[in-house]
Ligand binder design. Structure first.
Ligand code: DNO
Length: 351
């Protein structure tokens, strides 16, 4: 198991490499070029700039999260081929600096969705929260109009400057079914996995968060059966998953311990975090500790250990504690506590 920490880059993250260096056990920085648009080929000079920043601290840059997939690829439009070519060139360049894993997702339009980024826990800490009925009750077009008229917005991902694009995208996805999305993913994987094999880079798809369709948009990386299907789309060790216990854990029917056991040799990268799910389907992100949420964190770590897991692992979203000002979910303190918890479990299993 190789412990990693996500870092958003110099000038773009409240957490510094100097601070990360003091967290026990971290060897890998999980990084990305966050100002690249989906579909663009990453310039070598910018990739090398990150390497130059990270090298003096003795970390490796083995994991990239994410190289984002252009919507035309997810939609299966003819223009997808040029974006797939760019993706291949980016894979080749990342291999040159030693990258081993690319985490990506195939969620239409939105990445993770929450209704509140700073929900209070009652002890002075806050964290990301999802109110199910609030999302279920939204008619996306009505919300687009409301935002356009008031220039106010209620959820991340719905910023006014994204509106024009959002309207077009909702239209474009109107006729895209779950089956279409699987087919479009297959087309993408068939094109890039040979390049990954040549360059020794594993693709690791991130589950949809939350793991169910939202705003009428299809979502496919939601449960064990669908993950099994994705892994078979191209049956290569280079076609893998980022098993995210928090994303999948928002649906209590997902047995994540069982998924770790079944998919172990196809998990190059693990996100391990906890979430507390309420009866009405709402969920809140908690500390990493098993007792604080619904996800069996100890069981998950045991399953990784028993499977001889040798991939990269990172704590995921933390709470905002000790008055830290940071990116939502990506502060230093609670993620560092999370690492110590995960390492504590792991070390005791090594006895
Ligand atoms: C959330 C992250 C996701 C993940 C992307 C991968 O905090 O886990 O945003 O990075 O879905 O493409």
């Amino acid at each position: 198991m190789k412990m990693a920490f996500r870092w958003y880059g110099e000038g773009n993250d409240s957490v510094t490499l100097h601070q990360i260096k003091q967290i026990p056990g971290v060897k890998t920085i999980v990084w990305a070029l966050h100002n690249m648009l989906a579909g663009e080929e990453w310039p070598m000079e910018k990739i090398l700039e990150v390497k130059r920043q990270v090298d003096p601290y003795g970390f490796n840059i083995d994991v990239v999260e994410s190289v984002n997939v252009h919507e035309d690829i997810k939609l299966g439009l003819p223009s997808r081929d040029k974006y797939i070519e760019n993706y291949k060139r980016t894979i080749e360049k990342l291999a040159k600096v030693g990258v081993k894993v690319i985490c990506y997702n195939f969620m239409p339009v939105f990445d993770w969705i929450r209704t509140d980024l700073f929900k209070e826990h009652g002890d002075g800490s806050t964290s990301l929260f999802y109110e199910k009925s609030k999302v279920d009750d939204i008619d996306p077009m009505e919300l687009v109009n409301r935002i356009a008229n008031n220039r106010d917005y209620t959820m991340p991902g719905w910023e006014p400057e994204r509106l024009e694009n959002l309207t077009k995208l909702f239209d474009a996805y109107r006729d895209v079914s779950v089956e279409d999305l699987f087919n479009n993913l297959q087309y993408f994987l068939e094109a890039i996995i040979p390049v990954c094999e040549e360059n020794d880079i594993k693709m690791a798809i991130h589950p949809d968060d939350p793991p169910w369709p939202i705003f009428g948009l299809p979502r496919i990386i939601t449960n064990q059966e669908n993950i099994r299907r994705v892994l078979k789309l191209v049956n290569s060790p280079y076609n893998g998953i980022t098993l995210c216990s928090g994303a999948l854990g928002a649906n209590p029917n997902n047995d994540i311990v069982d998924m770790v056991r079944e998919f172990a040799d196809r998990i190059p990268f693990a996100h391990v975090r906890n979430v507390k799910v309420y009866e009405n389907g709402d969920f809140i992100e908690t500390s990493h500790r098993s007792q604080d949420g619904t996800v069996d964190m100890v069981g998950i770590m045991k399953a990784y250990h028993e499977s001889g897991f040798n991939g990269y692992i990172r704590p995921d979203h933390g709470r905002h504690i000790w008055d830290e000002k940071c990116r939502p979910g990506y502060g230093l303190y609670d993620r560092a506590l999370g690492i110590m918890y995960l390492l504590g479990i792991w070390d005791s299993l090594e006895q």
